[in-house]
Design a protein around this ligand. Structure first.
Ligand code: SF4
Length: 242
């Protein structure tokens, strides 16, 4: 049952791995880790494994991901003996969108970027959320001002019938250094682009190939996403976590 009592019970589980394991034991395949291959996602898979459970894992495959992202998923599947579900956009809707607005519509305006993200990310995400009671995400408070407001446990409404769904961010309070230390300690495979650094430029987060660039030493953490909108408001979300 997804309600505030459940949150109270889960709040007592402090360690992220134990928390994920507790959720998987209670909800089985009705709980899943959603990851785009970022540091938190791979850490949570490893933590679950160390806590003795094999969680359901999914990713939203926009069909525009970096080749290195697919390589990472293969490595994770091999190491943890899991199968990562790759949820793709509806092909008919995709064709219609491209026919009407062109392949590279996201360069044209914020509205068209949001339209593309909606079709390639939000709708497939909605589809998988329809099969879940608990959505385990890798959001961290230090990623952006928007994410700083994200609670660790949140009951959201899912689907047209507004079914309650528990959204959990086990690593919400983790800082990047702690995360990297953890990943190095346990030799967790990480995205090769997240290990790349040239003259202080590095990838902070990874989305679709054309919409993601590295950030410089003094830029905000989401500056590399949809860089051509950097003079607009701090609105660098694709809609998955709105
Ligand atoms: S990140 Fe870019 S290519 Fe990917 S869904 Fe959003 S607008 Fe489309």
């Amino acid at each position: 049952m997804i309600n505030q009592n459940l949150i109270k019970e889960l709040q007592d589980v402090v360690e992220p791995g134990d928390l994920i394991a507790e959720i998987v034991r209670r909800f089985g395949n009705r709980a899943a880790i959603g990851t785009s291959g970022q540091l938190t996602g791979v850490a949570m898979i490893d933590m679950a494994f160390r806590a003795g459970v094999k969680p359901r894992v999914f990713t939203i495959d926009t069909l525009r991901l970096f080749p290195e992202t697919y390589e990472l998923f293969e490595k994770l599947e091999k190491k943890y003996d899991i199968s990562i579900e790759k949820i793709q956009p509806d092909s008919k809707k995709l064709k219609a969108m491209i026919k009407e607005h062109g392949e590279y519509l996201f360069f044209d305006s914020k509205e068209k970027q949001e339209l593309c993200c909606h079709l390639r990310k939000v709708e497939p995400n909605e589809k998988v959320l329809g099969t879940l009671d608990v959505w385990i995400t890798g959001l961290r408070a230090d990623q952006s001002s928007h994410r700083a407001k994200t609670p660790k446990f949140q009951i959201i409404e899912q689907g047209q019938d507004k079914r309650p769904l528990l959204k959990v961010a086990p690593l919400i309070d983790w800082k990047e250094k702690d995360l990297r230390d953890y990943l190095a300690k346990y030799q967790v495979p990480i995205h090769s682009l997240l290990a790349w650094n040239q003259d202080g430029w590095y990838y902070e987060s990874l989305g679709c190939i054309l919409c993601t660039t590295p950030i410089g030493p003094y830029e905000s953490r989401r500056a590399g996403r949809w860089r051509w909108f950097n003079n607009e408001e701090d609105n660098k979300e694709c809609g998955l976590h709105s």
